[in-house]
Design a protein around this ligand. Structure first.
Ligand code: ADP
Length: 260
């Protein structure tokens, strides 16, 4: 039977939309898969002091010690809860509804999720926030973009290096910016023109963590950002590193608006 599709068999707009959102969801699950091992490890690190201080507290009758043990338990539980909230929010976003979101907080959650994975591969992570920009976004989608940029940056530094995440307003104050810079291998000019194309990848084999590339990450990222009326740009110098900058229309912090 001929493989070519007749015009009637072409997917309709609804089907295209459904396929597009499936690609976005699969890309998100694949990013989380890269981090699964380190996230479990990180969660275990948070649970260990909870177990130990609970056991010690049961044995030690000193009220002063009990107070310290409860503080340690609370600290560990807060950290464990932040990790699971971050993973659950990304794995099963409750909604794609837009809300005025604190981009510093969204970025900090990604720092928390990726820190362990990065330190394992000798990548240092720096985080700088200037001011507290807000933007009307679907938080899980923007975090999906950031997670993807961080994983790409890590994969560009097989020998280790540094990732810097910056959150700030642009000089006009009308745009909120989040940039992810790395000190990795950089991107050749010919490739730079193509990195946002679906299926463009230079990752031919599995990297140290067993992951090759699908070439879908950046095209999904750009689609998400443009659906938010934002822009995603890349600048790179071969051998020196790459910076991806995400710009979104800024909005007011709702708490300040209510107070005004
Ligand atoms: P994948 O990571 O699956 O290859 P992407 O769409 O995320 O797909 O990226 C496309 C290509 O862009 C990568 O294969 C790589 O060549 C390049 N790239 C993306 N981010 C970086 C980076 N931080 N440093 C160097 N190259 C990068």
């Amino acid at each position: 039977m001929a493989a070519s599709a007749s015009p009637e068999e072409k997917p309709g707009q609804g089907e295209l939309e459904a396929l597009r959102s499936q690609v976005v969801a699969l890309q998100r699950v694949s990013s989380l898969g890269v981090l699964a091992g380190s996230i479990s490890h990180e969660l275990n690190n948070a649970l260990t002091p909870i177990l130990n201080y609970a056991k010690l507290g049961l044995r030690n009758p000193d009220p002063e010690f009990h107070k310290r043990a409860f503080e340690k338990i609370l600290e560990g539980a807060t950290r464990a809860s932040a990790i699971t909230t971050g993973v659950l929010g990304l794995a099963r976003p409750r909604t794609d509804r837009r809300e005025a979101a604190d981009l510093t907080r969204l970025s900090e959650e990604i720092v928390l999720l990726t820190a362990k994975d990065l330190s394992k591969t000798r990548v240092k992570l720096e985080f700088h926030a200037v001011g507290r920009p807000y933007a009307r976004v679907a938080p899980a989608q923007i975090q999906q973009v950031l997670l993807n940029l961080v994983i790409n940056a890590r994969q560009a530094m097989p020998q280790g290096g540094k990732i810097t995440i910056r959150v700030a307003h642009d000089p006009t104050g009308r745009l909120a910016e989040v940039s992810v810079s790395d000190t990795g291998q950089g991107i050749a000019p010919d490739d730079l023109a193509r990195i946002f194309e679906p299926f463009f990848t230079t990752k031919i084999g599995p990297d140290a963590t067993g992951m090759g590339g699908t070439g879908l990450g950046l095209s999904v990222c750009r689609e998400i950002v443009e659906a938010h009326r934002g822009r995603l740009r890349a600048e790179s110098r071969l051998g020196q590193g790459t910076t991806f900058t995400l710009r979104l229309p800024a909005c007011a912090n709702p708490a300040e608006k209510d107070a005004a």
